[in-house]
Design a protein around this ligand. Structure first.
Ligand code: PNS
Length: 160
């Protein structure tokens, strides 16, 4: 069975992430969505809230597991004996950052492969930070995030 890890901050999980998961499942049998715990970024949602929301999105999908991880991604993958990492690429501007992560992970765990999936045009403009900003300023992001996330954002920003 081919298993892979899809790591990220997912603060919040967007339709862009959803599309990457859908496509990753065409390549691997089982996907672990791994939410990073130890981030220096200022987050809107706690790691547990993110896991809860993503789990709601994939309720009833046995091929997807949602969990958190701390420390190095390479160590997390090694411990779980998973050798495939999935990452989405929205545009050329993502490439340098993703390449640096790939090189570092590859140094830390030589057998770890990264599969990059390109976002399609419908999703390439969606980013968690923009979704957060627009939502906090009263903009509608319902078509950019799954319903569970849209509901949570409205709850946080005091809208019904
Ligand atoms: O959604 P993001 O914030 O772009 O995800 C980045 C992530 C979580 C994949 C990356 O920061 C990561 O793997 N962090 C864990 C710490 C680590 O392994 N660092 C070395 C490679 S950057």
């Amino acid at each position: 069975m081919k298993r892979a890890v899809y790591p990220g901050s997912f603060d919040p999980f967007t339709n862009g992430h959803l599309d990457i998961v859908r496509r990753a499942l065409q390549v691997v049998d089982h996907l672990t969505i791994a939410v990073l715990r130890n981030t220096s970024k200022k987050n809107l949602l706690s790691p547990d809230e993110r896991v809860e929301l993503i789990s709601e999105v994939y309720a009833g999908e046995p091929r997807v597991e949602v969990t958190t991880f701390q420390g190095l991604l390479a160590d997390f993958c090694r411990k779980r004996d998973t050798r495939i990492v999935i990452r989405g690429l929205r545009a050329v501007s993502d490439f340098d950052y993703e390449h640096a992560i790939f090189l570092m992970n590859n140094k830390l765990f030589h057998d770890l492969e990264t599969i990059f999936l390109m976002s399609n045009s419908e999703h390439s403009f969606i980013s968690s930070s923009i979704v957060k900003e627009v939502s906090s300023l009263g903009g509608n992001v319902d078509d950019q995030v799954p319903p569970a996330v849209a509901r949570k954002l409205k709850e946080i920003h005091g809208r019904s």
